[in-house]
Design a protein around this ligand. Structure first.
Ligand code: SD4
Length: 327
């Protein structure tokens, strides 16, 4: 399209369709083009299925991708059976359930919480950080104080099941995270709404029996999650330290910017993780990425076989295996 025609089209759409929002006083420069195939949501692991279902009820009715990802991941955060996210998450080695989460919208607004205790839905606290403060990341006691000031309720997140598992673990205190085995890790979710806008969310209790105070990639914008509404969105699961080292989700989005498909972008980011680590460590290192582009195309890739993701759009609701470099 010529730039003059583009200009006329944008002018005809008017400011309302230009994605101009009051949030943090920022405005999108890119017109919101309706997505022909309708909205889409993808999320990590088996627990992505119920999470996608909640997100879909919002997307299907024309709701925003931001609302969809927040409500979607809250399902897993609130589920005591999910032992790697939110309530019921495995504690650190001292018996504390400490949570990490972040959220990002189509305007580049973002918020996160790290090392947060006692709050069942850290993703909603992250959204408050994004919407109610000029900051991006709150941690620890300060994050808890902030949450309480916003009306969140202080709760005990250590379920009886998690407490018993932790006490069992204390007998040997062996710390060797094998990420695929339990197959229900961090939830990262990416959505594209009817207006063609992207958002993402990522939330976790982190590695089971981690040292007290350890924070992974999941609350860090660019590592556990990144959204660029011009291009696409990405999220990560697996060993957070390895993801942070290569600014993983940001790298995936930059690969899509260079013209790669979501699957190929994830594969290239995985190869970069591998390249940056001692080959002897790769056997025990799992990292996986998911990506969704502006056209609603999606994909995932991991170092090792076993990483899967859930997809929901108007045609289907399925669990898919991501590609893998090893296995
Ligand atoms: C972390 N990335 O805390 C998280 C854990 C995870 O799949 O995603 N496990 O490092």
């Amino acid at each position: 399209m010529s730039s003059r025609r583009k200009f006329l089209k944008l002018a005809a759409l008017g400011a309302g369709a230009l994605g101009i929002s009051k949030t943090m006083g920022k405005a999108s420069l890119f017109a919101e083009t309706p997505v022909e195939k309708g909205p889409v949501v993808i999320s990590t692991w088996n627990h992505g299925m119920p999470a996608n279902r909640a997100a879909w009820t919002i997307l299907r009715d024309g709701g925003t991708a931001l609302d969809a990802v927040e409500q979607g991941v809250r399902v897993v955060e609130s589920d005591p059976e999910s032992t790697s996210v939110g309530y019921g998450g495995r504690p650190d080695r001292d018996g504390h359930v400490t949570l990490d989460a972040c959220i990002m919208d189509h305007l580049g607004n973002c918020g996160g919480v790290a090392f947060l205790e006692h709050i069942k839905n850290p993703i909603s606290v992250a959204r408050k950080v994004m919407e109610d403060t000029p900051h991006v990341l709150f941690a620890g006691e300060g994050a808890l104080e902030f949450a309480l000031s916003k009306g969140f309720v202080k709760e005990n997140l250590l379920t009886e099941d998690s407490r018993l598992a932790w006490q069992e673990w204390l007998k040997t205190s062996q710390y060797k995270p094998i990420i695929n085995v339990e197959n229900h890790d961090t939830i990262g979710m990416l959505a594209l709404d009817l207006n063609g806008n992207l958002s993402g969310a990522c939330t976790t209790s982190g590695l089971a029996y981690k040292p007290h105070g350890r924070v992974g990639d999941s609350p860090i914008i660019g590592a556990g999650l990144f959204v660029d509404n011009e291009i696409g969105a990405a999220c990560a699961t697996g060993m957070g330290e390895a993801v942070i080292r290569v600014a993983g989700s940001h790298t995936v989005v930059e690969m899509m910017r260079q013209g790669h498909s979501p699957t190929e972008a994830c594969r290239l980011a995985v190869l970069r993780v591998i390249k940056k680590h001692d080959p002897a460590l790769i056997h025990d290192l799992q990292v996986g990425f998911l990506a969704l582009n502006k056209k609603g195309e999606y994909g995932g890739y991991a170092i090792h076989k076993g990483f899967n993701f859930a997809l929901r759009n108007k045609f289907t609701e399925i669990l898919m295996d991501a590609g893998a470099v090893v296995g």
